[in-house]
Design a protein around this ligand. Sequence first.
Ligand code: GRF
Length: 292
Amino acid sequence: MEAKALCGTFSPLTRPPSRTQPSILFKMETKNSILFPLKKLKTNLSLRSDYRRMGIIVDGLVKESDQMEETMEHELKRKRVAVFVSGGGSNFKSLHQAMIQDRIHGEVVVVVTDKPSCGGSEYAREKSIPVVSAPKSSSLPSGLPAVDLVNALREFKVDFLLLAGYLKLLPVELVRAYPRAILNIHPSLLPAFGGKGYYGIKVHKAVIASGARYSGATIHFVDEHYDTGRILAQRVVPVLVTDSPEELAARVLREEHKLYVEVVTALCEERIFWREDGVPFIKKRGHEDEYC
Ligand code: GRF
């Protein structure tokens, strides 16, 4: 990524920075790190060497300021993500594309599946992403038991687990090993139409049968039960009078793809804020006190 120019507020200066010339360039140092606004702070650093030591490149006429206010940035590590799939994997694909295009500061380092031949697993293999089968069961004897799966994810140095159409309940060992680090996407406005048995087209059939006028997508942190973890984000869509379950599913899925990318972008930029009562919110980028 190229060097990024930031204009700060300087006061007082022996000479004001030129309008056309950026005062300070904050430079991207490595492929796997990125700089993000951290906070406004006051500093009396004034020498080029001081900035260089901090990894900041001085360009132009900034100097001799006793009290300089500037937006500092900190390096953010690219997050390592495991995606769990059981089906077509359209959410996985949209997340992966967003990572490839650097819209999400993360990387899918492994895919976990209980259906090694599902569309999501095939896509992973096409993209040379390692695929791990789990859990071990009579229908999947090669699958990893819970403890081995935790160890495998540690080997991959995974930061976050993203469930994208994974139909199995996660083992308790895994949930405990990754507190506040596992997300799931569900195709209804939880807590309605969630829980055991509410998956795939069944969700949309139940929504239509209920007469609900709105449905949508929910992204929530994962606990040891189906669909009961803390809600992080939701997106609403209308339920139309003529809707078939498939039409409603398609409308919700379009929103899922956008919502999951937005949420994982925030997750990888460490923009999740946990309110005192344990409810998570997303901080708006660059606005420390605004949430969505
Ligand atoms: C999505 O509707 C998601 O909400 C649910 O399973 C479906 C997965 O679809 N958990 P895809 O495999 O991502 O296309």
